[in-house]
Design a protein around this ligand. Structure first.
Ligand code: AGP
Length: 607
């Protein structure tokens, strides 16, 4: 996903812009660029490839004077990665420069319209139509110019705009793409995400869609679409800069795996107070919960896998139907929604396009929407009716780890919260409430035992395929384990419900096939043990994840990874750490770009 940044203040802008772009690298990119205004003209430098190329080109930014500037990291959507397709894009006369995150869906129509007006285009990008529209519409009033341009655009955008006739400021505007405004001391910033400017400020404002931000060194003015000055929500960020850095770890992913016990502890502390479960921004009446006849749990990727565990937990403890859906399917299948349906959307980034669309679909059909997100101020966090913020803190690696386990935990806490509203606090309720508090130490124990996973990785990193199997929660765990492995090691890893093997997949099992069998649940242990035996007799090499004390597996598995023994329902967060570490060490042994895997982005803001 692209990243944008903007600066207005008293310091030389270019070095600050470069520094900020480095904190946006985690989003995935293939080129970068910056543009500054030096009082006379717009100066620009951009390059394909890593940010180091831009750094060298501009001598760390020193070659570009000026105290106003915008910058960009590009994740190509229209036009291959190249110098000319990199942002910023400058208008024909050089009066405007633009950086953009998002997609202009009608860019071909606009390109045709402007070409007919005599404009020529240098790049293959959708973004270039924005800067040329500004040129076309400008007759003197910059707000009118920007408004007319925005009215022409269909799609999503977070824009940074430089205009030579506005020498001491720059403009920024968003629609359906993330944008934060950072308020410093005699300097102000915009960025796609908080880490880009966290070094300079902890105070942020979130503009609404189509608010035009006018940013200079003295302050920020926000105008709504009726050109009225508006105030928007200001908030302070309690992260520290270090939490957005590697702190000595070789990769963000390994750091974030190690941060999980603390992230889980913080999530528990935020939601369990005096033995009661309470969420800061969620307060459902007993009457509302009792009237619910269905939950939809909707997400993508790892968030979907977390949702599966939430489904099982909520249905078992609340006896409310909880349907799990991939957001990209949900949004097109005309789901049956009404005021007695609660739609839970899960998204670490809060910016996933399909999940945003699913949320809007639910809201359009009278379903209340509860969002579980990790990024304050994200689009989903702002538009949902109710929001639970997971306490994972900034997650920079594309492969989610602490974002995922804090989602699983939050869904289990939500299940207990709803059960409490339904008066279903008998049975396992009290036990789960107690055991959840053991999660941080149990996860730390798995991390402390990482050497076994390093050894397994050294044995099997050369494999080109792997199967993950499990039942119930272990099936959801197997899905997540397969995704972790495939997305960072590029090994073809697939997951199957263990009971499904005999319906086709077992034909793929041959001598030496690597099968990771997830048997962390007592209830279905024997069933999955039989599946492990099935694949072993056909030549598979089984690595089994079990609770400590299960010895029967030793006859079927080549390797057994023993885990701290908690209730079946509480095991997913514990077992996930093993699979994350296994995937990490295999990818490291294969020399993969672990934090920025090929073709992937930290949040997928396009369909
Ligand atoms: C997880 O490791 C992947 N990077 C990916 O599947 C991710 O979970 C998915 O894109 C959803 O992202 P979100 O949670 O930010 O919506």
């Amino acid at each position: 996903m692209c990243g944008i940044i903007g600066y207005a203040g008293k310091k030389q802008a270019a070095p600050l812009l470069l520094d900020g772009l480095k904190m946006l690298e985690y989003r995935g990119y293939d080129s970068s660029g910056i543009a500054v205004f030096d009082g006379g003209e717009i100066k620009m430098s951009k390059a394909k490839g890593r940010l180091e190329n831009l750094d060298v080109l501009t001598d760390g930014g020193k070659k570009l004077g000026g105290v106003i500037g915008i910058g960009h990291t590009r994740w190509a959507t229209h036009g291959e990665p190249s110098d000319i397709n990199s942002h910023p894009h400058v208008s024909e006369t050089g009066r405007f420069a633009v950086v953009h995150n998002g997609i202009i869906e009608n860019y071909l129509d606009i390109r045709e319209f402007l070409t007919a007006k005599g404009f020529t285009f240098k790049s293959q990008t959708d973004t270039e139509v924005v800067v040329q529209l500004l040129e076309y519409y400008h007759k003197g009033d910059i707000f009118e110019t920007i408004r007319k341009t925005l009215n022409k655009l269909k799609g999503s955008y977070a824009l940074g705009i430089l205009a030579v006739f506005e020498p001491n400021k720059f403009f920024a505007v968003r629609k359906d793409s993330p944008l934060v405004i950072g308020l410093g001391k005699r300097e102000n910033f915009v960025a796609s995400d908080i880490p880009a400017v966290l070094k300079h400020t902890r105070s942020f404002i979130l503009p609404d869609d189509k608010d035009i931000a006018v940013v200079d060194g003295n302050g920020v003015l926000l105008y709504n679409s009726n050109h009225e000055l508006v105030e928007r929500k200001r908030f302070e960020v309690d992260w520290d800069v270090e939490s957005a850095k590697k702190n000595g770890y070789p990769h963000f992913m390994l750091k974030e795996i190690h941060e999980q016990p603390k992230a889980v502890e913080q999530t528990i502390a935020a939601c369990i107070k005096g033995g009661e479960i309470a969420f800061e921004n969620v307060d459902y009446s007993e009457e509302y919960v009792k009237k619910l006849d269905k939950l939809y749990i909707v997400a993508c990727g790892s968030s979907y896998h977390a949702g599966m565990i939430g489904k099982y937990f909520i249905e078992r403890n609340c006896r409310i139907p909880a349907e799990i859906d991939l957001a990209s399917e949900f949004r097109y299948r005309r789901p049956i929604l009404d005021e007695n349906t609660l739609t839970v959307v899960i998204s670490q980034s809060g910016e996933t396009a399909d999940t945003i669309a699913a949320m809007r679909e639910a809201k359009e059909h009278s379903s209340r929407v509860l969002a579980i997100v990790n990024v304050v101020g994200s689009t989903i966090a702002r538009e949902a009716d109710d929001v639970i913020i997971t306490r994972a803190g900034p997650e920079m690696a594309v492969a989610t780890t602490k974002g995922y386990t804090t989602q699983v935990l939050t869904l289990q806490l939500l299940g207990l919260y709803l059960a409490g509203k339904l008066g279903r606090t008998g049975g396992e309720y009290a036990k789960y409430l107690e055991e959840i508090k053991c999660l941080p130490s149990a996860m730390q124990e798995v991390i402390d035992g990482k050497e076994q996973l390093q050894i397994l990785a050294s044995k099997y990193f050369g494999n080109d395929k792997a199967f993950f199997i499990g039942r119930g929660n272990d099936y959801a765990l197997a899905l997540e384990g397969a995704l972790k492995l495939k997305e960072i090691s590029y090994i073809h890893a697939e997951s199957y419900a263990a009971g499904e093997l005999k319906h086709g997949t077992i034909s793929l099992i041959e001598q030496g096939s690597l099968v990771i069998a997830c048997l962390t649940g007592d209830e279905l242990y024997d069933k999955t043990l039989s599946n492990a035996e099935e694949v072993k007799t056909r030549g598979a090499l089984v690595i089994a994840l079990v609770k400590r004390g299960h010895t029967a597996i030793e006859g079927q598995a080549k390797h057994v990874v023993e885990l701290p023994a908690l209730s079946d329902e509480i095991m997913p967060c514990v077992a996930a750490v093993s699979l994350q570490l296994l995937a990490y060490y295999i990818a490291a042994a294969r020399g993969c770009d672990i934090d920025k895997p090929r073709n992937l982005a930290k949040s997928v803001t396009v369909e």
